[in-house]
Design a protein around this ligand. Structure first.
Ligand SMILES: [Fe+2]
Length: 419
């Protein structure tokens, strides 16, 4: 029987499972199944090609017999196009190593298509459980390793796993049980604790989930498996995020004083112990914070929220391809299924525009807002048609910045704009 991942599923998931219990969901009915062995292999090879070109191991980690390898060796043992498939790569590796585990964390940099599928999944999840202040990230684990090289561990992120080759088995313990049995921490031998564990088993097409406090280890009989997983980090409290916003406000308004690490003072206290006055730096801080009127606070919080949601709650966005900057004569559209966000500000007449975690304050004309609307609706737009009035040069500059961040794609270039 398949698990329908519809609104009812997510509603139940949020109420009964999220951050509460570990579960396997057989045969999920989700577009994520399209991220199959073939697509994962293509992503791996594209990302490995980038790493080889840059001579930098990037998000790859290779463990042999449980021991992390140096970057040079890892670079030499990454998947290649000539392996043809994940199984082909495994055949090459198993001739060399009886126990290997390849981990890759940054795969989404190279796949716009899979990034789109994943953001649809996370969007549904977030709608039901809330938007994570940190992010979600995708990791790939493949090999014939018998146990996770770093033993029984906890990651502080809830994890959804999706096997694409082989059967995957995860052994899970509750955080409170591990607290009472600290021998389990980073353990590779844990026979006496097995009776208190839960085992989740999944094959391609299935999904497993465990909460952020669950301790876990993957187990295998030595046969090959490849699994990608989505970690949803829930370790960044709201107060920290707002604190950072206030911090940047103080940096803007207090200048170098915001960075002072010592506070000059006349007297710490009088003979009675009374502290009768605040030192100058604190008085200055009080003045700066008093400038935080309702409109300024609204605008700071708006910028904070747009910064977070414009990343779609994912750690990595597909890399922008370097291209010549767009001109007014070009026809453009969105590059990803990810809108350019914007919100009116209250302190000024500007709007806050956000994409991929960056924000821009912009004096927007009605025609520029119409351009954003049409782009976000999926239309291809001739830039010149929307550039009007005294702000048109600034409009073009912002569009070029958004293009360099990977928001926009040039669909057709007019003869005028070609070099
Ligand atoms: Fe883990």
């Amino acid at each position: 029987m398949s698990t329908q991942m519809n609104a009812l599923f997510w509603k139940r998931f949020a109420a009964q499972v999220w951050e509460k219990k570990s579960m396997a969901f057989p045969n999920i009915d989700s577009p994520l199944r399209d991220i199959d062995a073939e697509r994962v292999f293509h992503m791996l090879v594209s990302y490995a090609d980038l790493c080889r070109k840059a001579n930098d191991v990037g998000g790859f980690k290779l463990f042999l017999e449980g021991v992390r390898q140096y970057d040079d060796e890892t670079l030499q043992l990454l998947p290649q196009k000539k392996d043809k498939s994940l199984t082909g790569y495994h055949q090459r590796m198993q001739k060399l190593f009886s126990d290997y585990c390849l981990v890759c964390d940054e795969l989404l940099q190279v796949s716009e298509q899979n990034w789109g599928l994943l953001s649809r999944f996370t969007h549904e999840l977030y709608r039901h459980v809330g938007f994570p202040h940190r992010f979600s990230e995708i990791g790939l684990y493949l090999g014939n390793y018998q146990k996770t090289p770093f033993g029984v561990h906890v990651d502080n992120c809830g994890v959804f796993s999706f096997p694409v080759v082989g059967t995957k088995k995860f052994r899970i313990w509750d955080g409170s049980y591990v607290k009472k049995n600290p021998d389990l921490v980073e353990a590779h031998q844990y026979d006496k604790f097995k009776k208190n564990s839960q085992v989740l088993t999944a094959k391609p097409g299935d999904m497993t989930y465990w909460p952020s406090r669950a301790w876990h280890i993957a187990e295998s009989d030595g046969s090959f498996s490849a699994t990608w997983s989505l970690g949803v980090w829930v370790d960044r409290p709201h107060k920290d995020v707002i604190g950072e916003t206030l911090k940047s406000f103080l940096e803007q308004t207090m200048g170098p004083d915001a960075d002072r690490a010592v506070v000059p003072f006349k007297d710490l206290h009088g003979p009675s112990g009374e502290v009768s006055a605040l030192p100058g730096l604190y008085q200055k801080t009080q003045k700066a914070l008093q400038a935080l009127d309702e409109d300024t606070l609204h605008d700071l919080l708006t910028q904070n929220w747009l910064t977070q949601i414009s990343k779609q709650g994912l750690k990595t966005s597909p890399r922008a391809k370097m291209r010549a900057p767009l001109s007014a004569q070009d026809a453009i559209s969105l590059r990803l299924p990810s809108p350019i966000l914007w919100s009116p500000l209250q302190k000024t007449k500007k709007i806050c525009v956000a994409f991929a975690g960056e924000t821009y304050f912009h004096e927007a004309s009605a025609s520029f807002l119409k351009l954003l609307k049409h782009l976000n609706e999926g239309q291809t737009c001739l830039v010149a048609k929307y550039l009007k009035g005294p702000g048109k040069s600034a409009d073009l500059r912002l569009l070029q910045t958004l293009q360099s961040r990977g928001a926009l794609e040039i669909r057709s270039r007019s003869a005028k704009s070609l070099p």
